[in-house]
Design a protein around this ligand. Structure first.
Ligand code: FES
Length: 146
């Protein structure tokens, strides 16, 4: 193995390690709910974001909601106590299903990246993702699918 091949294999090992770490971290924190759809709305209790460990309360950054009536899952981000976003996990480039990695949504097809508000951060996608209106009332999120 010459120097160039050695450096290439080291680079591949580093990239693979980072990718595996990201996937493992994503799996560890991802909560997936099968939420019913009532009319054209999904109702979700904000307590679903809570993580209780002993006396400590923390919050998940996001929850993924699935339903057989949905073509793609929806990722709901908790941006703050009062602000949530609901994002359709369909890539705006060619329609592949996105993967959630913390604050980023990544397309496995061609590598587009989006932020937690659905805005394009890296192409080839040029359009932001579809989002759904979210209303918060008495610890209940109402996600409108129209
Ligand atoms: S389908 Fe997502 S980047 Fe092409």
């Amino acid at each position: 193995m010459n120097r160039s091949e050695f450096l290439k294999s080291c680079a591949y090992a580093c990239v693979s390690g980072v990718a595996v770490l990201s996937i493992l971290q994503s799996c560890k924190t991802t909560k997936i709910l099968n939420s019913p759809i009532s009319g054209a709305e999904i109702l979700l209790d904000t307590k679903e974001f809570e993580i209780r460990k002993k006396d400590k309360l923390s919050y998940r950054k996001f929850i993924v909601v699935q339903n057989e009536q949905l073509n793609f899952p929806i990722c709901i981000y908790r941006l703050s106590e009062q602000e949530y976003t609901a994002i359709n996990l369909q890539c705006s480039h060619q329609g592949a299903e996105l993967q959630v990695f913390g604050d980023k949504l990544v397309c496995p097809a061609h590598g587009s990246e989006f932020d937690s508000k659905g805005s394009v951060e890296n192409g080839p996608a040029t359009q932001n993702l579809r989002t759904f209106p979210v209303q918060l009332s008495q610890n209940q999120l109402k996600i409108s699918l129209v």
